[in-house]
Design a protein around this ligand. Sequence first.
Ligand code: NIG
Ligand code: ZN
Length: 432
Amino acid sequence: MTDSKKLLIEHFKQAVLVCRNGEKVLKGDDMKNVALMEEDGDNGISIVIDSNGLIEAVDYDAKIQEKYNNTKFDNKINAKGKCVVPGLIDGHTHPVWVGDRVHEFAMKLAGATYMDVHKAGGGINFTVEHTRSASEDELFLPFKERLERMLHCGTTLVECKSGYGLNVSTEIKMLKVIERAKRELPIDISSTFCGAHAVPKGKTAEEATEDVISVQLPQIVELMKNGELQVDNIDVFCEKGVFNTEQTKKILNAGVEAGLAINFHGDELHPTKSAELGAELNAAAISHLEEISDDGIVAMASSGTIAVLLPTTAYILRLKHPPARKMIESGVAIALGTDFNPNAFCLSMPLTMHLACVNLHMSMNESLVAATINAAASLNKSDTHGSLEVGKVGDLVIIDAPKWEHLVYQLAGHGHVIKHVVKKGNIVYTKP
Ligand SMILES: N=CN[C@@H](CCC(=O)O)C(=O)O
Ligand SMILES: [Zn+2]
């Protein structure tokens, strides 16, 4: 009697493992060299995914055929001439909301800045109004569609924030909608409480800080205790005119006391010494960092805090880009995120990787590392995600091209280039 496995993918041309020796994060020159296997003449490469959806073997066809000769597979894919990369990981999104902001895109194209729109009552506060009055079902449906579109772009693990409630009932509603997606969709989610995403109308920043710490967080902790919510990270928008460094520190510390990992917005529109603060607090990750200081770079390199860079933000808002090269050369680990939100409507990691290459001057290898193992590390998940190594989840993307780089090179071409997306050994998307 032979045991059966979930999936065999065979005969492919390149397997981009990303890591080979269980590395949890890649920095500096190590971001340049992704671990890769190439077919050897007629001997292609195969991957076996076991009945639990974990990677059991990655090797040349001949070796796999010999070892698994008598094994039954639920599914087989002949990937001759194709390439395989790990499932992509989106390190930063705001995907739970209703009420688009296409009108604001027009305003920004006409010259308004992000803060002009925000101060005029638009921006986050516009989305808050719509999201507060939506039911859980009304929030879930567009969220589900967005997650499905992310999956079709190759994303198999995504960080999802609350933050369009700014009061306890709507923040909890958003986090519950995220829990429902975890149950119903074949995508892994790292859930982030971002009750300090903006100062709600009618409150000062000081009052909002107090509300997040003394009202919102304790109720979320109760729901975590009784199993209704499973929240992973705490986030704050640390920015001039939003939450200052002192307020940010208080909220992040309260999050840590509640058992959450620090993963916050900082140094985006103005320098706020967010990088220095995150390093001091041993943050898992800081996002944006367009305005990071030289001291901030040094501090993040020594604390090991991951920089989640969001090239769509600077692109859409015509801001200066974060100094990715300087950060990489100084030893800061870089991850990437789409920053999907009503201001930056981008669900595609391949497009984000392309922008990172062109605008942040990253190489394609660096962009893949940033979209896999380093993004996993920013979510404390690089033990299980982010590379094609034995024992990790069987999440991968099969690329219909002779080199994996076509995923990045073909600008907005992911719909054509991605043939299959596999989540835990299940084929969850096949190009029509
Ligand atoms: N900067 C703060 N938060 C978002 C924007 C959210 C919004 O505008 O709705 C970001 O990461 O870009
Ligand atoms: Zn954001």
